[in-house]
Write a protein that binds this ligand. Structure first.
Ligand code: RNT
Ligand code: ZN
Length: 417
């Protein structure tokens, strides 16, 4: 469908504004995107446990074909990944362990994740990790590491220490840096009277978790995720943004900015350049909140483009770790992975096609007229032609070709589950 020809024309147009399209493709292709395994099974995991998703997060929808075991999840991930160009990682949660028998969360070991390492290595995927501090009868009043009950706190601290150890072992086995994200739903439905005590307990628990073992940062980086509220914990969240930022800066940890964890008019794209002044590394959970932290599939909207642009403009490709965090159970889950991850990559490619140095020069000179004019002209430049060519060259099919293949997989595989 004239993909090469369109690309040649696009190349000429971008060259006229000083952009090298091939260099842009190579750069966008090399930026890793960590695909969250939990889109494939509605954040349930393989613990052989009774009970649904808790912790203020929710999947809605009952589209058929959910992955119910490791083999299915891996096959589905492979299918999705085959339609997504560029460098990919898989983001695992502790509940995605590989074990025939139930294992308590405090008893998990590296051996339960060894098969993931083998699988990821065969595919040249990186791995990221998360302790799972939700969906458990070991929570008390919805609390984990901030519980006033020391036994409850200790349980969750132990789980996080075990998770962190596993992450370090995965890093060593992969000879790569695993980014481990710590998220706690802990908060209160109604107005608390001792916010300080809850946050003190959170700080002390995190300190205990990270002090337990010295792990080379080459193999594992720890990130603390902030949140404003969750369903059932509307009045107070211990790990607020100020808490997490302060913790990360004072302890040399990573902050995790999740696009759905702020007030509705706040955007994380504007936070990147501020926090990067004080942090070595940052983890993003790219998501799409619709009225609340609804975790919709990310679309190529202004905010997604702004996030990617801020990463590229700042030269933060190595220091900002891009993770996706959404879960939609109302549509084909493989399509959800493909749509969202392709959009993240598209946004990165669009960002790499910007004549940033020129725009920044105009801004520094106070030439805001030309800055605006050029930014607007750019919007209708043939970005799609570059994307199509990149997809073709990457062997992931052209344009919407993947849709019919996902439909076929749904008919042949998913519908038989
Ligand atoms: C929840 C957080 C958290 C989870 C995942 C499953 O609001 O965003 O990151 O979504 O860990
Ligand atoms: Zn998140």
């Amino acid at each position: 469908m004239n993909t090469e020809k369109n690309y040649e024309l696009a190349k000429e147009i971008y060259a006229s504004i000083g952009v090298d399209v091939d260099a842009a493709i190579a750069k966008a292709d090399s930026i890793p995107i960590s695909m969250h395994c939990w889109q494939g099974d509605d954040v349930i995991g393989f613990e052989k446990r009774e009970g649904g998703l808790t912790g203020g997060i929710q999947t809605t929808g009952n589209y058929p074909g959910r992955a119910t075991n490791i083999a299915e999840l891996r096959a589905d991930f492979d299918k999705a990944a085959s339609f997504i160009p560029g460098k990919k990682r898989i983001n695992l949660h502790a509940i995605y362990l590989d074990s025939d028998v139930p294992v308590d969360r405090t008893e998990i070991e590296y051996k339960h994740f060894e098969s993931w390492v083998k699988w990821a290595k065969e595919r040249d995927l990186g791995i990221d990790f998360n302790p799972t501090c939700f969906s458990s009868d070991k929570m008390k009043d919805g609390l984990t590491v901030t519980s006033p009950d020391k036994a409850v706190r200790d349980y969750w601290i132990k789980h996080c220490i075990a998770s962190r150890h596993i992450a370090g072992e995965i890093g060593k086995a992969m000879n790569d840096t695993v980014v481990t994200n710590y998220w706690y739903p802990d908060g209160y439905k109604d107005i608390p009277v001792d916010r300080l005590a809850a946050r003190t307990r959170l700080m002390e628990s995190l300190d205990e978790i990270f002090a337990a073992e010295e792990i080379d940062k080459k193999y594992d980086l720890d990130a603390v995720e902030s949140k404003v509220f969750g369903i059932g914990v509307e009045s107070f969240t211990a790990g607020s943004n100020e808490f997490a930022l302060g913790y990360a800066v004072s302890r040399g940890k990573l902050l995790t900015l999740d696009a759905g964890h702020f007030h509705p008019t706040e955007v994380i794209s504007d936070k990147i350049s501020a926090v990067m002044l004080y942090l070595n590394d940052l983890l993003l959970h790219v998501s799409r909140p619709v009225r609340w932290d609804s975790d919709h599939v990310i679309i190529l909207d202004d905010e997604l483009r702004a996030i990617a642009t801020e990463i590229v403009r700042g030269g933060f490709e190595k220091r900002i770790h891009i993770g996706l965090d959404y879960f939609d159970a109302s549509i084909n889950r493989i399509a959800a992975w493909v749509i969202g991850t392709r959009n993240m990559r598209k946004a990165l490619l669009a960002a790499c096609l910007e004549p940033t140095a020129h725009l920044q020069k105009l801004e520094a000179e106070g030439n805001f007229t030309e800055r605006l004019a050029l930014l607007e002209e750019q919007k209708t430049m043939p970005f799609g032609a570059v994307w199509d060519y990149y997809c073709m060259k990457s062997g992931v099919g052209e344009r919407a070709e993947w849709i019919s293949e996902v439909k076929k997989y749904e008919k042949d595989v998913l519908s038989k589950r």
